[in-house]
Design a protein around this ligand. Structure first.
Ligand SMILES: NC(=O)c1ccc[n+]([C@@H]2O[C@H](COP(=O)([O-])OP(=O)(O)OC[C@H]3O[C@@H](n4cnc5c(N)ncnc54)[C@H](O)[C@@H]3O)[C@@H](O)[C@H]2O)c1
Length: 269
């Protein structure tokens, strides 16, 4: 380990169980010397697994529904209190679509659900950033990373309304990244991650199909959750200070591959 995050304070959203990408990020941040709080929606707390992670990382858990401003205000205020100063990094690792959960096809979605998808999976990033800015809770050169998926740019039919949410999430990253950069030199980026076997990931219909397809298409293969955690650490560190407002593909080369030999072979007669 390299102490890349020594002396830094963070907030990590979205560790639900040991498969969660946020879980691996927390473990890596801990190894690199960071101090942080863990947060998730109060309903997710009932599973209780987050307490094991908290113990392992010597972190306090502060519940917050990321769609509720009072919860977010409490989260940032308490985190600064517990950690003893302003925040240096935030991981937004939140995604949920009731339409996906209820198997509604994209052409027949429920609009109340759609609101929820956009609020939880995209607008929550804006709410988080706006709260942090109003409370002046981030240190200069602080870094905020949100996780996204390539369905924001290209069609994956069963990714459903999550694709729209990811497009909004990436747009908020650019827009807020501009304003936060100007005001406080805070950086905001998204990491566009390969399909990964987690609760949210596996909830998408046909997940195995596009996991295996992406594996076959990517020259380096799919990026694991552990590799994603490493990339997050690099973005939270001082080694990437001038990177902001970007959507960064972390996908083994999938996004720029037209077709691979392995996939071609499947179609050769
Ligand atoms: N798994 C994949 O294939 C994949 C690929 C690319 C991007 N991502 C993204 O990575 C992120 C993390 O997902 P994951 O795959 O680790 O799955 P996960 O299910 O472990 O994590 C999703 C998290 O969102 C939390 N959440 C839901 N509603 C919330 C709310 N109202 N307030 C606060 N938290 C809430 C859940 O409790 C859970 O911890 C998501 O943004 C997801 O879209 C996942």
């Amino acid at each position: 380990m390299h102490n890349l995050l020594k002396g830094k304070r963070g907030i990590i959203f979205g560790a639900l169980d040991p498969n969660s990408i946020a879980w691996k990020v927390a473990q890596r941040c801990h190894q690199e010397g960071a101090a942080f709080t863990l947060t998730n929606a109060p309903v997710a707390m009932r599973l209780g697994a987050i307490n094991d992670l908290a113990k392992e990382c010597n972190a306090q858990v502060i519940p917050a529904d990321a769609t509720l401003m009072p919860d977010l205000e409490n989260l940032f205020s308490k985190s600064m209190e517990v950690l003893g100063g302003k925040i240096d990094f935030v991981l937004h690792s939140i995604g949920m679509s009731p339409n996906v959960r209820k198997n509604k096809p994209y052409t027949d979605i429920d609009y109340d659900f759609y609101h929820k998808t956009l609020d939880i999976s995209a607008m929550s990033l804006h709410k988080t950033l706006q709260t942090a800015m109003k409370l002046d809770a981030m240190n200069e050169w602080g870094s905020v990373v949100a996780l996204t998926y390539i369905a924001a740019q290209r069609v994956f039919p069963d990714y459903n309304d999550m694709a729209d949410a990811k497009s909004v999430l990436e747009s908020i990253t650019r827009s807020f990244g501009y304003h936060y950069g100007k005001a406080k030199k805070v950086r905001v980026n998204t990491i566009s991650q390969s399909p990964t076997k987690t609760t949210a990931g596996s909830g998408v219909k046909g997940f195995d199909g596009f996991f295996n397809y992406a594996e076959m298409m990517s020259p380096l293969g799919n990026a694991s959750a552990e590799a994603c955690a490493n990339y997050c650490v690099s973005l939270f560190s001082d080694l990437t200070k001038m990177v902001t407002m970007q959507n960064l593909f972390h996908d083994g080369g999938f996004s720029f591959t037209g077709v691979s030999r392995e996939v071609m072979e499947k179609f050769s007669s």
